[in-house]
Design a protein around this ligand. Structure first.
Ligand code: MN
Length: 131
């Protein structure tokens, strides 16, 4: 079964790149252009993971993460912030808002998928066991 990933990102190029990388690797992707759309989609889709841009128009990603975390139906769904903010303290702020992790922009196509998958809850254990 394909796992669904919700991407909340206002920048069209980033949305396209992230969607492409995920779909090329077998994930089903739903995309939202802003926080309100993302919050509504998260409720209806029940995604396995949410990728959340922090710089969004209107409601920023911190507020979106807090709102998502208030929805009990999304308990256990990881929210991974994707942001170019690289200042000291931003990581802590992202985690405090309810995100489970952080991927830095610009997105690196060679490592992006592996970074996302470290946050997926239903990963199968590697065939060889723990290495
Ligand atoms: Mn943005």
């Amino acid at each position: 079964m394909k796992q669904k990933i919700l991407v909340i990102e206002d920048n069209e190029q980033n949305r396209y790149l992230v969607t492409y990388l995920l779909e090329a690797n077998g994930y089903e992707v739903a995309a939202a252009k802003d926080g309100r759309e993302g919050i509504a989609l998260a409720s209806s889709l029940q995604p396995a993971l949410i990728l959340l841009d922090i710089q969004l128009p209107g409601m920023d990603g911190y507020l979106v993460a807090q709102a998502l975390r208030q929805n009990p139906a999304l308990d256990g769904v990881p929210i991974v912030a994707v942001t170019s903010y690289a200042m000291v303290g931003d990581r802590e702020r992202v985690l405090a808002a309810g995100c489970s992790g952080y991927i830095e922009k610009p997105i690196n196509p060679d490592t992006f998928l592996a970074e996302v998958e470290t946050h997926l809850p239903d990963r199968l254990a590697p065939a060889g066991g723990v290495s």
